[in-house]
Design a protein around this ligand. Structure first.
Ligand code: SDX
Length: 427
């Protein structure tokens, strides 16, 4: 692979260095492009061909369907790791020792009280408010109660900010759900594991003891790990660019939650369930929805299909599909929606339109079926995605700040009106 690229423009040739990553990915470093060409820039809507940074956190190969966090395969982590271990790995770069993991959990629990005044904010929301909007608002509001901005050059200060947001976020997640259900809000139970505590905060009924269900604990642990990071996706890029202005960690995470909310991104898991429900209510007529998805005049897309990077099966979708079968069997749940999903997948995988465009099921296609079997309301599906993605957002934000990345400020090509004199309204 050559170590330079040559660009010829306006009769001039210019050389640019290339960079090769540890997985042999190659990029052309165009940092000097404007300077050496007298102002020429590049244009790449959606940044389909443009790298925003170098990173040591997550590697994915879209053609081979590979996903690794800090070099560990998603298959191994989903099978063998605990979500908090994966959170620690993504944020600090190494799997924790037993002692470090125990301390991490203890420190995180010591930060799991949310200022009671946050209740006044959540009380102000109508029950009809979407929990993603509530979660983004409450996360931003945390800044008001924890105003000191993190000193990224102080490992202790950075660590304290990490455990603070990891400790408080699950409480906000549970509160967002229970507020809609008109249930009392509590602070969980520090005697429990992270995932067990999330389930108890979400599902404990005020007049009953909460009995843990290992099936749900294992399923949620796996789902959170599978959602934990995914390199420079839309919401993570948002967290990085907001943080690049040196806005605080909570404010940056709040922006990431808003980006994830969109149905083309994390909101797809809710949109998938709504689509499958519509197909079921329409007599299971998958062919009609396949035709809509292929009809250019119809804005409908087959939700849960396609991916910016994966042009092969999303490895997470494979794992989640197997887990969906296991969880429904273990729970003794027969869900016709799962059968419709499998039928739709089979049709799409044999349809020229999808094959030609390399559209495969992504992480969102099957996850909602498990969340539903767990009794999680459909409007909370993307909130569960955010709970999983939180350590990824934190790790990427920390990396961007530690590497002292410049403020993100893309260029543009102006295509509007050229200069014209002002005309007073009288004329
Ligand atoms: C996530 O980036 C990440 O890593 C994201 C994520 C993460 O972990 O952070 O993996 C999580 O967001 C998964 C994606 C969830 N979104 C959906 O399931 C929504 C449905 N999928 C699409 O909207 C779409 O596939 C995207 C947004 C995911 C990707 O879009 P791209 O890369 O911009 O591709 P494109 O829109 O240019 O599509 C290429 C072609 C087009 O057709 P042509 O113009 O070439 O004829 O494929 C078509 C598109 O119309 N197409 C679809 C389709 N997805 C793409 N057609 C029908 N149904 C679809 N789902």
């Amino acid at each position: 692979m050559s170590d330079k690229a040559i660009l010829e423009i306006n009769g001039q040739k210019h050389e640019f260095p290339t960079i090769m990553g540890s997985e042999n990915e190659v990029a052309i470093d165009i940092s000097a492009l404007r300077a050496v060409t007298g102002g020429v820039t590049t244009l790449d809507p959606g940044f389909k061909n443009t790298g925003s940074c170098v990173s040591e956190i997550t590697f994915l190969d879209g053609e081979k369907g590979i996903l690794r966090y800090r070099g560990y395969s998603i298959e191994e982590l989903a099978e063998k790791a605990d979500f908090l271990e994966v959170a620690y790995l993504l944020i600090f770069g190494e799997l924790p020792t037993k002692e470090a993991l125990a301390k991490f959990h203890t420190d995180l629990k010591s930060e799991s009280i949310v200022d009671d005044d946050i209740r006044k904010i959540i009380d102000a929301f109508p029950k009809s408010a979407h929990p993603m909007g509530v979660l983004s608002s409450l996360t931003s509001a945390l800044t008001a109660f924890n105003p000191t901005s993190v000193d990224v050059d102080s490992p202790e200060d950075m660590y304290n900010s990490v455990v603070r947001i990891l400790g408080k976020f699950p409480v906000l997640v549970a509160w967002a759900m229970r507020k809609k259900q008109g249930l009392p809000l509590d602070y969980g139970d520090n005697s429990l594991g992270y995932v067990e505590n999330v389930l108890k905060m979400m599902f404990k009924q005020p007049n009953e003891e909460y009995v843990q269900n290992e099936i749900l604990v294992n399923a949620l642990n796996k789902l959170l790990i599978l959602h934990a990071d995914h390199e420079q996706n839309c919401s993570t890029s948002t967290v990085r660019i907001v943080g690049s202005s040196h806005a605080g960690l909570f404010a940056s995470i709040s922006a990431g939650i808003s980006a994830l909310w969109g149905p083309l991104h994390g909101g797809a898991n809710q949109a998938v369930l709504e689509m499958l429900e519509a197909i079921k209510n329409d007599g299971g007529d998958t062919k009609k929805y396949m035709a809509k998805a292929k009809d250019k005049s119809d804005p409908f897309r087959l939700m849960g299909f396609g991916h910016r990077v994966y042009k092969n099966f999303d490895p997470r979708a494979k794992i989640i599909k197997v887990t969906a079968d296991e969880v429904l069997n273990d729970l003794g749940v027969k869900d016709p929606i799962l059968d419709i999903a499998k039928g739709l997948e089979q049709e799409a995988l044999t349809d020229a339109y999808f094959i030609d465009r390399k559209l495969y099921p992504n992480v969102d296609f099957y996850s909602g079926i498990i969340y539903r079997a767990m009794g999680i309301p459909v409007e909370m599906f993307t909130v569960m995605f955010a709970l999983g993605r939180l350590p990824g957002w934190i790790g990427q934000w920390r990396e961007m700040r530690l590497r002292k990345e410049p403020i993100g400020r893309p260029r543009q090509i102006y295509i509007g009106s050229t200069h014209r004199p002002f005309k007073s309204v009288a004329k």
